[in-house]
Design a protein around this ligand. Sequence first.
Ligand code: ADP
Ligand code: ADP
Length: 229
Amino acid sequence: HLAVSLRGVTKTYDNGVMALGPLDLAVRKGEFISLLGPSGCGKSTVLRIIAELSAPSSGIVRVARHEGEVQPGQVLPGHGIGFVFQEPTLMPWTSVRENVWLPLKLAGVPKADARARADQALVSVGLADFADSFPRELSGGMKMRVSLARALVTDPEILLMDEPFAALDEITRFRLNNDLLALWRALGKTVIFVTHSVFESVYLSQRVVVMTARPGRIQADIRIETVEP
Ligand code: ADP
Ligand code: ADP
């Protein structure tokens, strides 16, 4: 079963920049893939197209969403998808818990339920004790964990991560890699992970998809055989 299927997808921005394609990419449910390629090759564009934050210029996009728990009339773009950016983009004036429950609030989930699930998401990223803290009190790695909890709180089928750890120091980054892997094994999400790091792509994923320079096309699609610990 496929989580994402892109067929013949191209993207030309309004300013005439041909960013993508044509590109074919199929991602199976539960798969963890990395997208690797030079800056500007269209990796973020691929993620934005999958999340419906950007429309392809041509081609067919299919995304298998997990449709639960949204009030009728409240289906938002990107529903069924968790998105993590390099910048954690947390709201500074609200607590960590409120930052995490925001997507549930937008989806119309009752407050008590939303609160419980936000706390559970914070447990899953190792921040159970920081629900009442404010983002400014947290380190960069912890802010990224909050961002990850916020992306997971709706229990999405697909997690899109756009160079999430690029701004973190090496040790924090390695810890987050390990925790992300453990989460992926526990939750069984489909993950599409954009990175500039060859090490990170091979360490984390089952499959590394390498893109060419602009316009981004697929240059290599490499299966990683991981030796189970
Ligand atoms: P990557 O994530 O691989 O660095 P992007 O998908 O961000 O690449 O960008 C691909 C190309 O499209 C780049 O040349 C970038 O400058 C251009 N681009 C990205 N977003 C826009 C936009 N909103 N308008 C115009 N050009 C864009
Ligand atoms: P990254 O390499 O991390 O993907 P970029 O610098 O390519 O980051 O893009 C950062 C943001 O700026 C994106 O939201 C993208 O849509 C926008 N952007 C990039 N290039 C352009 C452009 N030429 N014109 C307008 N927006 C752009």
